[in-house]
Ligand binder design. Sequence first.
Ligand code: ATP
Ligand code: MG
Length: 585
Amino acid sequence: MIENASATTADPAAPDPGRRDFIRDIVREDLASGKHTAIRTRFPPEPNGYLHIGHAKAICLDFGVAQEFGGACNLRFDDTNPAKEDPEYVDAIKEDVHWLGFEWAQLRHASDYFEVFYRSARKLIADGHAYVCDLNAEQVREYRGTLTEPGRASPCRDRSVAENLDLFARMRAGEFADGTRTLRAKIDMASGNINLRDPALYRIKHVEHQNTGADWPIYPMYDYAHSLSDALEGITHSLCTLEFEDHRPLYDWCVDKVDLHNHPQLWDCLPARGLPTAPSKPRQIEFSRLNINYTVMSKRKLVAMVSDGLVDGWDDPRMPTLQGLRRRGLTPASLRLFAQRVGISKQNSLIDYSVLEGCVREDLDAHAPRRLAVLDPLKLVITNLDIDHVESIAFPNHPKDGSFGTRVVPFSRELWIEREDFMAAPVKGFHRLVPGGEVRLRGVGIVRCHDVVMDGDSVAAVHCTLDPETRHGMPGADRKVKGTIHWVSAKHALAAEVRLYDRLFDVADPDAGEDGTTYRDHLNPDSRRSVRGWIEPEAANAAPETHYQFERIGYFVADRRDHAPGHPVFNRTVTLRDTWAKAGK
Ligand code: ATP
Ligand code: MG
């Protein structure tokens, strides 16, 4: 395992030590004042689903801060809720973090610390800070009070330390049924912050755990496990989203009352490897969640969309999961750039989907080689070439970057062009091919249309002549015509399945719930279309996950699952321009 977090690729969103936001300012100050000499952060997903683009924001922050300040970031699975967790999710999360370009200092699980949590709970009981409560969930709710009314003390609140220790030991031994008892912190039933009204620290759950098997019939609650895990790992800045702001007093209470730092007997059971010499007093800092329009991001809804078959699985290219975005053709650099653009603050906001699309275009414009593809083919015959005429034309792979080199594209008498590049009865302002008109074929020269072959009402083919004076190296090569169109050689091109993806929802806020609708009512029926296109041979041989710009059409990626050399399947990542803004949708 690598000690320091590091990005794997150089890109515009690479770590910039000058980057500013309120969290980085705090970190900077803590280093300058000597409060900390080294920074440690963590990314703590619960393995109960796949990561989504909101998590990418948190990952870029947690790992980014560590990177920029020469610190370290752990990946820690918050696996305290075994009923909902699955090793499938663990594997996907690890893969996604690596794919985004980050390396964790240590890989941890909250379950690594179950024994420490248990010992710590016994300490809290012994110190009079926790008690075993016999109220069931409904009664606890009833006793808790409301925002305007204080809560009432549980009848178990004043149990003796000895009785609490005994009952807690028996909870741990598995003597009691699920839900019959909890261990609760003894804080303040009248607190204005409901999280401090004697919150549960442990519950009984006879469920097997993916790491600890049947060892534990009791499981720690999130706030308790999270704060102590942070302290154990020597985390200096525990970064999380705003919904945890009201939990911060409980977080601090757990860290202070357990005081791992001064009680090594609580954690001497842990293997020393990789742990700091002493637990820290971590500082929790909250930032706003990422929200994007035209999408839903709660794991609960994403799980439902997968299990109800509204999408084709977690990696459906329309999903906001990292696996979905990856399959769609978004790149790690584009997501890092997006996280950087969105920035970090405490202000809740809704980011426009076009910001994400803009980041992908920017990255792929710079990094994706160009290829020729025709998605809605119309035959163009060059009648002044021999029937068996074949040429190889050198094309630059990137118009602005010579380092991409050139490739050879076969050219022959019969081509495919895009149907929309020809108009039999042209409208005003149409500058591509029309009967009797001229257009430049990219990389070839100027053709003039002299015949249109009809098949009933539709155009079956256009017949043209190629002006030899406009070919490469000829005196007329620079002659100007209004339009340039792309093509592929009909004899050489390969048929490809091309999946044209678009936004999954057709309204900006699919969750608004107006008129009693839910996100299920706003699925965009045009969010996936599949067409058979023709692509130049070079593109057909691409490895899966190769990104291309198909000239004049958009950015595409060879599908991770279904594409194979010789069986090309491409997904549209994004169009060249923002068609949603234009359509006023
Ligand atoms: P969800 O609410 O979608 O189910 P979660 O918060 O339960 O997600 P976790 O696995 O607990 O998911 O999240 C791990 C980390 O990612 C947490 O620190 C959480 O704050 C952060 N995170 C989750 N969603 C977002 C988001 N939309 N924007 C920024 N950070 C997020
Ligand atoms: Mg969570």
